[in-house]
Design a protein around this ligand. Structure first.
Ligand SMILES: Nc1nc2c(ncn2[C@@H]2O[C@H](COP(=O)(O)OP(=O)(O)OP(=O)(O)O)[C@@H](O)[C@H]2O)c(=O)[nH]1
Ligand SMILES: [Mg+2]
Length: 363
């Protein structure tokens, strides 16, 4: 089998990685290439995998641990996709709270998988409002240790993608690009809009053609890193709702709005809360990447008596409190009209990262 191009698209929670995976995969498929995607999370039941599969894309999932702490799980997923679809290109999305990927993923892949894989430069996406704060020495509305992870992700990248450029005017884009390049001088900085497609071809031409990947290692203090992850409560739940005919688009918006209000009122910074409501092949996705004004939805699930709801929430609070808030909000919305049947429901605090490999030199 020919060697496969592997593109790692990292970046903090909610930066737009899954949106980029979808947009890029569709473009590459149009060019006649075979594409596989790999998603990753601390627990199963992923909105991202469901969303990409519903777009008819080929997805493998590594769940239960990040790629770095389950390197063999990651390479098994790579091998699975190579076998199943003979992929020309694989795009992988690491967990948004993960860093040190150059030392723990890129270098080991270069060392042990150089015959099977052609590694693309490490791309890291950044949400412009969080990035703006980080560049100004702030914490992007996050706990200082979570903001540390954000900075480390950018520091180790080969390419920084300032995503959501559609939210900025040309002057703001230029200023953000310049300040990013000054702070992270060894990275190539591009501005893109994953949702509208702007800048994606330029990025693709870089990742498909540039031979150097994982050019630098950065020092990471694992105590701060572990704490930065541990301040986030994590909840992945899937429920089936049965009951009165309901407009699931309204339902999803109200559910997310009420959650946003709870988090904002209790001063709990949101990493990312995402919900997908599926009614057969119709679905709506709702996202919250910060306070209430970041709430957005895409797609439509229409109306019916039944729906499958997948909820993935990463919020700075204890997992128990996150579970309580999400359950109370859902139960209040379902009173009398629906019976929720829980298919899967987990809440957890990410454990200390213990990478399978950690290289101290660039391969
Ligand atoms: N305006 C705008 N919104 C975007 C863009 N890309 C992504 N988003 C939105 O940002 C939110 C998060 O996008 P995702 O692609 O789920 O982000 P992610 O990085 O995969 O998030 P995690 O998997 O939780 O780490 C969603 O509401 C997207 O619609 C963009 O280019 N412009
Ligand atoms: Mg994602």
């Amino acid at each position: 089998m020919n060697n496969t191009k592997l593109i790692l698209a990292g970046g903090f929670l909610g930066a737009g990685k899954t949106t980029l995976l979808r947009e890029t995969a569709l473009r590459l498929i149009k060019q006649g290439l075979r594409v596989g995607l790999i998603t990753n999370d601390q627990a199963p039941e992923l909105v991202d995998s469901e969303l990409l599969s519903l777009n008819n894309l080929h997805v493998a999932e590594v769940s239960g641990s990040c790629f770095c702490c389950n390197f063999n799980g990651f390479t098994d997923a790579i091998q699975k996709i190579r076998t199943e679809v003979a992929a020309d290109v694989i795009i992988a999305e690491p967990v948004g709270s993960c860093t040190d990927l150059s030392a723990t993923i890129m270098q080991p892949l270069k060392q042990y998988w150089n015959r099977e894989l052609q590694l693309a430069p490490l791309s890291v996406l950044a949400d412009p409002s969080r990035l703006d704060s980080i560049l100004a020495g702030g914490n992007a509305g996050l706990h200082a240790d979570a903001a540390y992870i954000y900075r480390k992700q950018l520091e180790e990248s080969d390419i920084i993608l300032i995503n959501k450029s559609d939210l900025l005017n040309a002057e703001q884009v230029e200023s953000l690009k310049q300040r990013t390049a000054q702070t992270f001088p060894s990275a190539t900085v591009l501005a893109v809009s994953a949702i509208q497609g702007a800048g994606i071809d330029e990025w693709l031409s870089l990742v498909m053609n540039r031979p150097e990947a994982g050019k630098r290692l950065t020092e990471v203090d694992y105590d701060i890193y572990a704490h930065g992850e541990a301040v986030l409560g994590w909840l992945n739940g899937t429920v089936q709702l049965h009951g009165a005919t309901t407009d699931w688009d309204d339902f999803t918006r109200i559910f997310l709005t009420r959650l946003a209000d709870r988090f904002d009122n209790e001063n709990l910074p949101v990493g990312h809360v995402k919900v997908i409501a599926e009614n057969g092949r119709n679905f709506i996705v709702g996202n919250l990447t910060g306070t209430r004004e970041t709430l957005s939805t895409r797609g439509t699930a229409g109306s019916s008596r039944d729906v499958k709801l997948i909820i993935n929430a990463r919020v700075e609070t204890s997992p128990e409190n996150l579970d309580r808030i999400v359950r109370e909000t859902l139960d209040a919305l379902c009173t009398d009209s629906h019976t929720p049947e829980v298919i899967a429901w987990r809440y957890l605090q990410p454990g200390r990262p213990q990478p399978t490999h950690r290289f101290t030199e660039v391969v």
